[in-house]
Design a protein around this ligand. Sequence first.
Ligand SMILES: NC(=O)c1ccc[n+]([C@@H]2O[C@H](COP(=O)([O-])OP(=O)(O)OC[C@H]3O[C@@H](n4cnc5c(N)ncnc54)[C@H](OP(=O)(O)O)[C@@H]3O)[C@@H](O)[C@H]2O)c1
Length: 269
Amino acid sequence: MDLSTFRIGIIGSGNMGKAIIKGLQFSRQSPTIAAWDALSDNRKLLKEEFRVAVPQDNRALVLKSDIIILAVKPQVIDPVMEEIADSLTEEKLLISIAAGVPCKRFENTLTAPVPTVRIMPNTPALINRGISAIAAGNHAQDKHLEITQAIFSCLGETALVPESAMDMVTAVSGSGPAYVFLVIEAMLDAAVGLGMARDLARKLVIETILGSTELLKESGKHPMELKDMVTSPGGTTIAGLAELEKNGLRHAFNEALKSACQRSQDLGN
Ligand SMILES: NC(=O)c1ccc[n+]([C@@H]2O[C@H](COP(=O)([O-])OP(=O)(O)OC[C@H]3O[C@@H](n4cnc5c(N)ncnc54)[C@H](OP(=O)(O)O)[C@@H]3O)[C@@H](O)[C@H]2O)c1
């Protein structure tokens, strides 16, 4: 998909908005990018550091764009939509990354059948190692999903999902980085508890997690098979694993994901 012919307008240039701009600028077929942000410091940064066009307001941005990416917090979506709704036509594509905001909320606000796509990215997108789940709204066609995939491939991997799966996606990959950081923090503290220097513990834990996930991905093997490879009878690993199971790690993850999924559903309602 050649993005270079598109004019992309980004509303909201905080963490995710900036990551999207950076990702697009590093892509081989960089599109024309414009952006707007409520913070004047961010607008200055957009002009001076990112060197993208900054129109006078969100409405002007939408008028000059083929694709509009909403990268503002969910609580700001309604005022932003009020500002831009009459500039959105069915020739444009509206992409929202606002967590928990369903496509129907945009479709109900708009009189024209504007193609709408909803994304759930995650924070590793900040270093182009994210996974973005992509769901089509009622008026989005295959070509709109292809364009969206091309844009979000600049931030890492993508996965097409039905919108009904978004609460599960939020619980798994949206919130997922926080679970991983908690596990890392727990391993670090436990290593320090054994008497290891924190710097060394950090290096060992990070490289162990990076190496293990790469091995899992590249080998295509089931995690259980890889786990068995390092679990010798009566050895150290089985002793550690037994403690994790006894202390309910598996149960904790089951409950955590159920709870996050439920919370996402509640917020969406
Ligand atoms: N960060 C993540 O890990 C993550 C993951 C998945 C999904 N998301 C979603 O991504 C979206 C953006 O998150 P973020 O972390 O990038 O938020 P953020 O850093 O707070 O960025 C949002 C930016 O939008 C600006 N803004 C507020 N009102 C605006 C308006 N009317 N027009 C234009 N800009 C406006 C904000 O300015 P002020 O600060 O002045 O309000 C802020 O600079 C959220 O909807 C979030 O749910 C984030």
